[in-house]
Design a protein around this ligand. Structure first.
Ligand code: HEM
Length: 241
């Protein structure tokens, strides 16, 4: 009896950690994609955002180590989220086929959303870590030219495309599922609330895919057209040193 109680508690805790880390990552990615879309304004704007994260406006010096630290912290949250979510994965191909059959037969949209989470989560498991590791180990190679060179010359473009589609779907489907699961903002009429949340989820997916694709397009364009014979460092027009 006592044993059963402690097992139940652990399951609830793991569930909570999975939701909490998921929400943190979802908010992180919303901010990330917006900051990174500064390239759509101009190269200078993206450069200013980069040095802001390097602490330039706070310390008067650039410390790329701050980006390494941030990437490591996000990496830890990413691992925690992955580990706590893994137990939800279908344990075998047979199990996966059964779930898929049910989803198709039932035409149940919320089960299809669960399938989206499994597939996009699986993709991110591989490509997400590659990106976080590079950000951690090469924090000073971020900027309008350095990033564009990585996208084109280091062939990160296709990987970012897979990561973008996966993370945007995963983040917003995840947020939708968390609000339903924990009963946030439900209101009097659950059916109407669900409908509204679903519309919000779809609009956010469309918006972030659009700005993500546009940014990736701009990095690719710079990577293809810029003359890198002077290196990958961007020289700001506004910096004093
Ligand atoms: C603190 C950790 C992170 C930093 C510093 C960071 C930084 C960057 C930078 C500078 C770029 C522009 C391309 C480049 O320089 O290579 C980029 C692209 C991208 N990042 Fe991150 N990133 C981090 C974590 C993540 C995580 C955890 C995800 C999702 C799992 C993610 C998803 C993406 C995607 C999808 C792109 C391409 C965006 C687009 O298509 O516009 N990033 N990131």
């Amino acid at each position: 009896m006592i044993k059963k109680k402690s097992i139940d508690k652990t399951a609830a805790r793991v569930d909570f950690i999975q939701s909490a880390t998921g929400v943190i990552l979802a908010f992180f990615i919303m901010a990330h994609l917006l900051f990174e879309a500064s390239i759509l304004i101009s190269k200078e704007a993206m450069y200013q955002v980069t040095i802001m994260f390097e602490g330039y406006y706070f310390f008067g010096e650039k410390y790329p180590g701050i980006i390494s630290f941030l990437a490591a912290a996000i990496g830890v949250i990413f691992i925690l989220h992955t580990v706590t979510a893994l137990r939800r994965f279908p344990a075998s191909y047979r199990e996966y086929k059964i779930i898929k059959k049910h989803t198709q037969r039932m035409q149940h949209e919320d089960s299809s959303l669960w399938m989206i989470q499994v597939i996009t989560g699986f993709a991110m498991f591989f490509v997400g870590f590659v990106h976080i590791y590079i950000m951690m180990t090469q924090p000073s190679n971020i900027g309008p030219y350095a990033s564009s060179s990585r996208v084109v010359d280091e062939f990160m473009g296709p990987l970012y495309l897979v990561l973008l589609v996966s993370v945007v779907l995963h983040a917003f489907v995840g947020l939708y599922r968390v609000t339903i699961k924990w009963g946030f903002f439900e209101g009097k009429n659950t059916k109407t609330s669900r409908k509204r949340f679903k519309l919000l989820m779809k609009s956010a997916i469309a918006f972030y895919l659009l700005i993500g694709l546009a940014s990736l397009g701009k990095y690719t364009y710079i990577g293809l057209t810029h003359d890198f014979s002077d290196g990958i460092k961007y020289k700001s027009t506004q910096e004093s040193h």
